[in-house]
Design a protein around this ligand. Structure first.
Ligand code: ZN
Length: 292
């Protein structure tokens, strides 16, 4: 009772705002947002791409235009880099901003891509030294709950600036945090003058050319032809073992089961998935356990 008596007069006396905005009264009080910013925010539209493994694997070159066209901002909620590169290609081609966000282990990072203004995901990650980042996934090394919340909050703060009509407030930096060690970084990222996407306008993920090529391979099996990489099968076996997945390995291949499937992975990046003929299942499992 005393609490409500304390808060009610304070709100009505100090903040004479439209009742429609009552719910957002504290955000409107923030001087950089104000009622005008909140009004723009309410009228804006954004889409979160990917809700876990299933949602992320349901975005693909064949339907990305239909699903994402018409939104002012795209937010990364995916769990694999194949989908993120597809999202990047779409955003660059459509001239639409998107916010990259990823977390694995105790580490996470986020970067806002503004086509024509900032670097893009391909500038950032299509480099020889980005390999380890692309191979670690929440399914192989796990993820600590608080880093997900922290990165999501940073992502949404950037989204608020765009959707409230204040792109000049974007910091334009790659922000990364390790919530276990307490290390935080904010660095500038330059555009790659040779970037295939934002400079060369080569949208290989959107065209479907950068998908791992998948073919039927006998009965109830598919083969993933991913030959661009050299896999450390011993390291992969250790990651799987930490998850309680027992893998058999020799110098040439590694085999493990994730019921009802069985996957055989080769040192050159190829894999055979037994138990399905669905390319989406194969891509999803490959991205989760082997990496993008
Ligand atoms: Zn680029």
């Amino acid at each position: 009772m005393r609490l409500s008596a304390w808060f009610a007069p304070k709100r009505s006396l100090l903040l004479p705002i439209n009742p429609v905005f009552e719910r957002y009264s504290r955000q409107i009080l923030f001087s950089n947002m104000g009622e005008e910013g909140q009004r723009k925010l309410l009228a804006a539209s954004a889409v979160i791409v990917g809700c876990g493994a299933i949602g992320a694997s349901a975005v693909a070159p064949r339907n990305v235009m239909e699903l994402l066209d018409g939104f002012e901002l795209l937010l990364d909620g995916t769990d694999n880099f194949e989908t993120r590169f597809l999202l990047n290609d779409f955003a660059i081609q459509a001239g639409r901003p998107w916010i990259y966000a990823a977390a694995v282990g105790s580490y996470g990072l986020t970067f806002t891509v503004r086509p024509g203004t900032t670097a893009c995901l391909a500038c950032l990650l299509e480099t020889p030294d980005a390999g380890a980042l692309l191979e670690e996934t929440c399914d192989t090394v796990g993820v600590l709950g608080p880093i997900v919340g922290l990165i999501a909050s940073l992502e949404v703060a950037e989204a608020l600036k765009i959707l409230s009509g204040q792109p000049e407030a974007l910091h334009g930096r790659l922000v990364s945090c390790d919530i276990w060690s307490g290390k935080m970084q904010s660095i500038g990222v330059a555009r790659n003058p040779q970037c295939r996407a934002c400079v060369g306008q080569e949208y290989s993920y959107l065209d479907g050319k950068s998908h791992p090529h998948i073919t039927l391979c006998g009965r109830d099996s598919v083969q993933i032809h991913e030959r661009r990489r050299s896999l450390d099968l011993a390291a992969l076996g250790e990651k799987l073992s930490a998850l309680g997945i027992m893998a058999k390995r020799n110098d040439f291949l590694l085999k493990f089961a994730i019921s009802p499937y069985e996957m055989t992975v080769f040192g050159d990046g190829r894999a055979i998935l037994k138990g399905s003929t669905d390319p989406a299942v194969a891509r999803s499992l490959y991205a989760r356990y082997i990496g993008a």
